[in-house]
Write a protein that binds this ligand. Structure first.
Ligand code: RUQ
Ligand code: CUA
Length: 660
C-alpha cells in the first residue's frame, strides 16, 4: 500500500509534506501513517469532510425504493438529512397515524378501497422551469401500484398521492416536461386497461401500455386529475422515458424491452420472460408528441375510462402522435442531452450507447414511414434517426451529463462508470473528439442509475457524479445476509486527471433506483410554518386552528366531542380530556411555537395515534373512542427540560351498555 511517507509527495494526488508552505500539521501525517491512508485518501477526505456547522452545496433527492419513501442526502458529505414519508407510514413524521398526512396516504388507496401502505418508488422528478430545476416540487412514482406523489419542497411533505385509475404497473416516471406542464407516469408491465379481465392468450389484443400525463398546477401545488389524460401504447413493456427540451421540447422519448410481446409461462414449457422478451436484436424507442397529444385530448378525441380521458391507440396513430424507431437490444435508459439535440439510449445487452438525433427524428416524423408495427405505428428506420454509437462495454444502463460536454453512463455488468464525450455542438467543449469513450472508473458493484449535478436538466453543473450501486458485497461490515446498497461519490471535476472515487455511503434502506442532485441554493424551505395555525394540507391557516390559548377547551354536541388544544413548551391545554366510550372525537391541535426546531409530538397510546406538530402547524385528528380506560397522551419530541411533563390524560368512561 502506498503510505504517506517522505518522498510520496510527488506526482498526482500526492499531499504536501508536513509543514510545507505552512501546510498540513504533523498530526495529519501521523494519523495517515497510523491508519494506512494514501495521499488520494487524504484528498478524498478533504473534499468530502463537512466541518461542523458548514452546509452541503448540493442535495440528493433519492428514491427510497420499496421502502416507499424519499431520502434527502447532502453532497459532498453524503450525510442523510431527511427521510420524507411518501407511500408508507412513518410514525416520527406523524404520517399515517391519525393526522392530516394520514389522509394523503389514504388518497393513494386502490379504487376498490383496498389500503396500500407501501410503494416501490423508482424515479424522483424535480419540478422544472425552462428545463432547469426550480426547487419547488418533487414527484415520485410507485411502480408496484402505479401511483404518483407530489412533495412540496417548502416543508418537504407529501401533499398528494394520485392513484392511476386505469393501470396497475408503472415505471417510466416521474419526469416532467420543461415547465412542469405535465408530470409523466410511464407504464411498465402491460395489462388490460382499467381493471378489465383478459387472459394472457389475448395479450396482443387486450393488453396495453398506458402513458399518463398528469396535469400539474404549480400555484395549487397539486396534480389536477380532471385535466390529465392518458395515451394507449402497444404492449411492449415501456421502460424509462425522458421529456425533450430546447429543439426536442414537445417530445417524449420512451423505450421498451418486450417488443417481442413475450407472454411467459415457463411452467407450461414456454420460454420464460427473460428469454422471450430479449429475443430480438432491437426493441422500440417510442417518440410521443405530447403537445399535440394534449391538443387532441382537449379536442375530445378520447374515451373516458374510470374518469380519465384516454387517447386510444388508433387515434394516436391517426393523429400522428406516436412514432417508433428501433433501438438496440433490451434498452433501459433514455436520456436527452442538455441542449435537447440528442437522446441517448443504453441497451442492457448491447455494448454501445446509441445516440439519436432529434433533428433526424423530427424530419422522419414529418415525412412519415411506410414501415409499420403490428398496431400500425410508423417505424422510422434506425439508420435514418441514429446519430452515433459509442462502444462503452458491458451492460450500459443510464446516462447523465455535465456542463463540459461529457456524458456519464452506468455500466451494470462492468461495474464501472464510463465517461465519454458528446459530439455535435458539444464537440468544442473539451479536448477530446466527440463520441469518444475517455475513461472507465470501476465502482463497487453493479451500478444501476447514475447522477451528476443537475445532470438531467438543460443547465447541468459539474464536479461530482454519484454511482448508485446495487451490490456492496465487501464494502461494509457484515450486517447479516441483507446488505446495504452503496452510493459512491466520484470526483469528476478534473477531466484531464480522470474521475476519482471519493466516498462510500451505505444505503441502509431499500434499493434507491434513481436520484436527482440539485443545487441547495435553489431551495427556500420554511424555517417555521409562516403563520400559527398553518395547515400543511391546505397551505393556509386552518379555520379550526386554536391560535388564542384562551379558546382552548372541550365542546360536546350529542355524541361528538370537539377538543381545541393549543400546545407550547411544555404543556397541552387542556390536560384532562373526559369523554365517553363510543364518542366521536375531533381533536384540533395547534402548535403556538415560533422557535425554529421546537417540534412537539402528540402520542395517544392504545389508539395508534402519533402526530408531529412543527412550529406553527395545525392538525386535526378524528377517531371513535371505542376503548374505555385512561390513556395518557404525551409529547414524543424531547422539546424542553420539562418535556416529560408535557402530558395529559384522556379519560374514556366505559359505556355500561356496550360493556355488558
Ligand atoms: S431503474 S437501474 Cu430507473 Cu427503475 Cu434503471
Ligand atoms: Cu413537547 Cu416534548
Amino acid at each position: 500500500m502506498l503510505l504517506l511517507a517522505a518522498g510520496c509527495s510527488q506526482g498526482p494526488g500526492a499531499t504536501p509534506s508536513p509543514g510545507a508552505g505552512g501546510g498540513l500539521p504533523a498530526e495529519v501525517m501521523q494519523v495517515a501513517q497510523e491508519r494506512g491512508l494514501t495521499p488520494d485518501d487524504l484528498v478524498a477526505a478533504a473534499k468530502t469532510f463537512m466541518p461542523t456547522g458548514k452546509l452541503d452545496p448540493y442535495f440528493i433527492f433519492s428514491s427510497g425504493g420499496h421502502s416507499g419513501q424519499v431520502h434527502v442526502i447532502g453532497v459532498p458529505s453524503m450525510r442523510l438529512l431527511k427521510t420524507i414519508a411518501v407511500f408508507a407510514p412513518e410514525p416520527w413524521q406523524g404520517y399515517g397515524y391519525g393526522g392530516g398526512p394520514s389522509r394523503v396516504l389514504k388518497e393513494g388507496n386502490m379504487p376498490s378501497g383496498k389500503e396500500l401502505t407501501w410503494g416501490d418508488t423508482h424515479h424522483p422528478g424535480l419540478s422544472e422551469t425552462k428545463g432547469s430545476y426550480d426547487g419547488k416540487f418533487l414527484f415520485i412514482n410507485d411502480k408496484a401500484n402505479a401511483r404518483l406523489a407530489v412533495i412540496d419542497l417548502r416543508d418537504f411533505e407529501t401533499k398528494q398521492i394520485v392513484k392511476n385509475p386505469n393501470a396497475i404497473s408503472d415505471h417510466g416516471g416521474s419526469f416532467v416536461t420543461p415547465n412542469t406542464e405535465y408530470v409523466i407516469e410511464g407504464p411498465q408491465y402491460a395489462t388490460p386497461v382499467g381493471w378489465e379481465y383478459a387472459d394472457i392468450k389475448d395479450y396482443k389484443d387486450k393488453y396495453r401500455g398506458l402513458m399518463t400525463f398528469w396535469k400539474f398546477d404549480p400555484m395549487k401545488g397539486r396534480v389536477i386529475p380532471e385535466e390529465s389524460f392518458q395515451m394507449e401504447l402497444p404492449p411492449y413493456w415501456q421502460d424509462l422515458a425522458d421529456a425533450g427540451k430546447g429543439p426536442s421540447d414537445g417530445l417524449i422519448f420512451c423505450n421498451s424491452f418486450n417488443s417481442e410481446m413475450a407472454t411467459g409461462g415457463i411452467e407450461s414449457g414456454n420460454p420464460p420472460f427473460e428469454a422471450g422478451a430479449s429475443k430480438n436484436d432491437t426493441d422500440f424507442l417510442h417518440i410521443i408528441d405530447w403537445k399535440k397529444a394534449a391538443q387532441v385530448a382537449n379536442s375530445g378525441k378520447t374515451e373516458t375510462v374510470n374518469g380519465m380521458r384516454i387517447i386510444k391507440l388508433p387515434t394516436a396513430v391517426a393523429e400522428s402522435l406516436l412514432f417508433l424507431t428501433p433501438e438496440p437490444k433490451s434498452p433501459h435508459g433514455v436520456d436527452v442531452t442538455p441542449n435537447g439535440e440528442f437522446a441517448v439510449v443504453a441497451g442492457k445487452l448491447d455494448p454501445h450507447v446509441t445516440i439519436f438525433s432529434v433533428d433526424k427524428i423530427r424530419k422522419g416524423m414529418a415525412a412519415g414511414s411506410q414501415q409499420k408495427d403490428p398496431f400500425g405505428i410508423p417505424i422510422l428506420p434506425l439508420d435514418s434517426t441514429m446519430e452515433a454509437q459509442v462502444e462503452l462495454g458491458l451492460g450500459p444502463l443510464h446516462t447523465v451529463f455535465d456542463d463540459k460536454g461529457y456524458a456519464y453512463t452506468s455500466m451494470f455488468l462492468d461495474s464501472a462508470v464510463a465517461r465519454w464525450t458528446l459530439g455535435g455542438d458539444y464537440d468544442k467543449l473539451n479536448p477530446e473528439p466527440g463520441w469518444t469513450l475517455v475513461q472507465k472508473l470501476p465502482v463497487h458493484y453493479n451500478i444501476g442509475h447514475i447522477a451528476s449535478i443537475e445532470g438531467d436538466t438543460a443547465t447541468p453543473g459539474n464536479g461530482f457524479v454519484v454511482a448508485l450501486n446495487k451490490w456492496s458485497t465487501d464494502r461494509f461490515a457484515n450486517v447479516g445476509p441483507l446488505l446495504p446498497q452503496n452510493f459512491q461519490l466520484l470526483d469528476s471535476s478534473k477531466p484531464g486527471e480522470g474521475m476519482k472515487l471519493l466516498f462510500d455511503m451505505p444505503i441502509g434502506f431499500a434499493e434507491p433506483h434513481y436520484v436527482q442532485v440539485m443545487r441547495a441554493d435553489r431551495l427556500k424551505p420554511f424555517e417555521v410554518y409562516p403563520q400559527v395555525g398553518y395547515n400543511p394540507e391546505t397551505n393556509q391557516v386552518d379555520p379550526k386552528a386554536v391560535t388564542d390559548p384562551k379558546k382552548a377547551g372541550i365542546k360536546r354536541n350529542g355524541k361528538t366531542v370537539e377538543i381545541s388544544m393549543p400546545l407550547i413548551r411544555s404543556h397541552f391545554t387542556p390536560e384532562h380530556v373526559r369523554v365517553k366510550q363510543g364518542d366521536k372525537i375531533i381533536w384540533h391541535l395547534t402548535s403556538l411555537e415560533r422557535t425554529r426546531d421546537a417540534t412537539h409530538g402528540f402520542a395517544l397510546g392504545g389508539y395508534n395515534i402519533n402526530l408531529s406538530l412543527e412550529p406553527g402547524e395545525h392538525q386535526t385528528v378524528e377517531f371513535v373512542a371505542d376503548q374505555p380506560g385512561i390513556f395518557p397522551f404525551y409529547c414524543t419530541e424531547f422539546c424542553s427540560a420539562l418535556h416529560l411533563e408535557m402530558v395529559g390524560y384522556f379519560f374514556v368512561e366505559p359505556d355500561p351498555v356496550a360493556n355488558k
